[in-house]
Design a protein. Structure first.
Length: 321
C-alpha cells in the first residue's frame, strides 16, 4: 500500500514537479528535483517505486532519471572551479563514472582543448578515455610523442559501431528478426540510413538519445559497442522487457564474460551463436568491416520456435529457458 505524505511534503513535491514540468529547459534543475523526490521518497503516496513514478509520471526510464541526477551532481561538483559548465546532460554524462577530483581535472582539460571552443559530449568522452595515461596524451602516444601503439588505418567494428551511420547490420539478419517477431516496432540505436533497412515503426538516433525514451512493442537492437553505452542500452532493454517491450532481438558480440552480456542473457529465451563473423555494411550497401570476435543474436520473448526456425541458418540456437 502506498504511504500518505504530509501536507508539507505534498507542497514540496508540487514545487519540485513544477520544476520538472517547466524546467525541462535545463538538466540541472530537473536533476536536482528528481534527486530530492527520489531520496526523500516523495513519490510514495501515488507510486510504489521511483521507477514507477518516473515511467508513469514523466514517461522516462529510471535509468535515464538517474543519469540526469548524476549529471546534476557533476555540475554541482564543477561549479566552484569553472565558470563554464556542461550545457547538456550528455556533456556531463562521461564524467559521472569519475571521482569528484578527476571530474574537475577532465572537465577543465575538455574546456581547454575543445576544437574551436565548442564542447561536445564526444570530446568530453575522449578526454575521459585519455585519462588512463595520466598526462592527457593520446593513447597512441608515449613519452615525447613516441608512438606506443600504431594508429590503425581502419578500425574494427567493435571500435566503430555506435548506432550511427558508419556500420549497419546486413539485411538478412534484420529480415530474420522481422519474421520472428512479425514486425519491428522500435529501434533505439539507429539512424535515418540504418532505418532504411530496419524499417522500424519508431527509431531513435544518437541525437534523439534512445536511452531517454520508453521503448515499446517489438524491438530490434544493435547497440553501441563502446562502454558505458553498451551496458546502458542492455540494462534499459532488460528493464523495459515484459513491461513496454514485448519482444526483442539483439545483435551483439559473443562476450559471454561481460556484465552487459549477462544482463541480457538472464532475460533471453534463446540465443543464436552465429557461425561466422558478421560482415557489417557501409552506407553504400557494401561489406565494409568485420569485428574481431564472433556475434550472437539474443531473443527475448515467447516465440522461441519461430526464432529457432529463422535464425538456425546462421548458427547454433540454444534455448536459454
Amino acid at each position: 500500500m502506498n504511504d500518505i505524505i504530509s501536507q508539507r511534503e505534498a507542497d514540496w513535491l508540487s514545487e519540485l514537479e513544477e520544476t520538472i514540468q517547466h524546467g525541462l529547459k535545463t538538466f540541472v534543475d530537473v536533476g536536482n528535483a528528481l534527486l530530492e523526490i527520489r531520496d526523500n521518497r516523495l513519490y510514495r503516496e501515488g507510486y510504489r517505486t521511483f521507477e514507477d513514478y518516473c515511467r508513469d509520471r514523466w514517461g522516462m526510464s529510471k535509468q535515464h532519471a538517474n543519469r540526469i541526477i548524476g549529471a546534476y551532481e557533476v555540475s554541482e561538483n564543477l561549479a566552484p572551479i569553472d565558470s563554464v559548465l556542461p550545457a547538456t546532460e550528455s556533456q556531463a554524462r562521461p564524467l559521472t563514472s569519475l571521482p569528484p577530483d578527476e571530474q574537475r581535472e577532465v572537465w577543465q582539460r575538455a574546456v581547454e582543448t575543445a576544437p574551436d571552443g565548442k564542447i561536445t559530449a564526444a570530446h568530453v568522452q575522449s578526454v575521459v578515455d585519455n585519462l588512463k595515461w595520466g598526462d592527457g596524451r593520446s593513447a597512441t602516444e608515449g613519452p615525447a610523442n613516441t608512438p606506443l601503439i600504431p594508429e590503425p588505418t581502419t578500425k574494427a567494428h567493435v571500435a566503430n559501431n555506435s548506432g550511427n551511420n558508419e556500420w549497419y547490420t546486413p539485411p538478412e539478419y534484420i529480415e530474420a528478426a522481422r519474421l520472428t517477431m512479425g514486425a519491428i516496432d522500435c529501434d533505439p540505436a539507429s539512424s535515418e540510413v540504418a532505418n532504411s533497412i530496419v524499417k522500424a515503426g519508431i527509431y531513435y538516433t544518437a541525437e534523439d538519445d534512445g536511452l531517454a525514451r520508453i521503448w515499446r512493442g517489438r524491438v530490434w537492437m544493435n547497440p553501441p559497442y563502446a562502454p558505458p553505452l553498451i551496458m546502458e542500452f542492455c540494462e534499459s532493454l532488460a528493464a523495459q522487457f515484459g513491461d513496454t517491450v514485448t519482444e526483442a532481438c539483439v545483435l551483439v558480440n559473443n562476450a559471454t564474460e561481460t556484465a552487459w552480456f549477462n544482463v541480457l542473457a538472464e532475460k533471453a529465451a534463446a540465443i543464436c551463436f552465429i557461425k561466422r563473423r558478421v560482415k557489417f555494411i557501409n552506407p553504400q550497401g557494401e561489406a565494409a568491416g568485420a569485428p574481431l570476435q564472433g556475434q550472437v543474436v539474443l531473443y527475448l520473448g515467447d516465440n522461441i520456435n519461430s526464432f529457432r526456425d529463422n535464425f538456425s541458418p546462421f548458427g547454433l540456437v540454444f534455448y536459454a529457458r
